[in-house]
Design a protein around this ligand. Structure first.
Ligand code: KIV
Length: 276
């Protein structure tokens, strides 16, 4: 299993490969595919719970799903998202981090924000909890951002992003997720900080990539511009269920091979005993 110091040391060596997961089966396939890091993201709200944002996801939701992921992938580094409004101040963040780390056996936590959460980042790191930052398009700020829009497109906002990234890196985060920003900005940040950058919708010049499980494997009904489906699982699932439905209707399922039998002698004895 990759450790937090090893993750940070990968910068400049090779890209790290991250995927989200929300349940046992997803975690098992992620571990079998040898991804470096599984992120139990609060994208859970959209991929699995049917919400249209991450805002309704609770700490208990995250813990419930992260424990499943841990059971499915006991040997892969697992990072768990702090959901909306669970790290507003240091005491609350520490209490909630304690629950995440102890109840899910996570290897670290991720939280959205820069300078404004630096006291929380410091407190977590002081308590020996590996922290992953998240800058750029931060979905928990959907209402103040005015939608899922590409960020850091003006000189002032690029400067702010770089300042935040440097501060997080200097304070010891193990990596920073950069979401929904122009490629040149992501490349610049990557070159100017020590922590590895993990991109999602941030171009190729970063230190690693993360994708949402459902986008990566073609389970999502629609895809964001930056995602590539590396398989077409949704189509395969629909086709499989249609094949099943057809086989049941025409009574070709189950076949003789898929059926339990008893010897004629036992069956005839039963019929005799039963008076048939
Ligand atoms: O919640 C999530 O899955 C995330 C990734 C998109 C980085 O934060």
């Amino acid at each position: 299993m990759l450790t937090a110091p090893e993750l940070r040391a990968l910068k400049g060596q090779r890209p790290s490969v991250w995927i989200t997961a929300y349940d046992v089966v997803q975690a098992q396939v992620a571990e079998e595919a040898k991804v470096d890091v599984i992120l139990v993201g609060d994208s859970l709200g959209m991929t699995t719970m049917g919400y249209d944002s991450t805002i309704p996801v609770t700490l208990n939701d995250m813990i419930h799903h992260a424990t499943m992921v841990r059971r499915g992938a006991p040997h892969t580094m697992m990072i768990v998202d702090f959901p909306f409004l669970t790290y507003p101040d240091v005491p609350t963040a520490l209490r909630n981090a304690g629950r995440i780390m102890q109840e899910t056996l996570a290897n670290g936590v991720k939280l959205e924000g820069g300078h404004e959460i630096i006291d929380v980042v410091d407190a977590l790191i002081r308590e020996k909890i590996p922290v992953i930052g998240h800058l750029g398009l931060t979905p928990q700020s959907i209402h103040t951002m005015g939608g899922y829009k590409v960020q850091a497109k003006t000189s002032a906002s690029i400067e702010r992003l770089i300042r935040d990234a440097k501060e997080l890196s200097d304070h010891g985060v193990s990596a920073i997720v950069l979401e929904g920003i122009p490629d040149r900005v992501a490349a610049f940040v990557t070159q100017h900080i020590e922590a590895p950058t993990i991109g999602i919708g941030a171009g190729s010049q970063v230190d690693g990539q993360v994708l949402v499980f459902h986008d990566c494997l073609g389970l999502s009904p629609t895809l964001p511009k930056f995602a590539r489906p590396f398989a077409h699982i949704r189509d395969a699932m629909i086709q499989g269920l249609q094949n099943y439905r057809h086989a049941v209707m025409e009574k070709s399922f189950p076949s003789d091979n898929e059926t339990y039998h008893i010897p004629d002698s036992e069956w005839n004895k039963f019929l005799e005993d039963y008076g048939q």
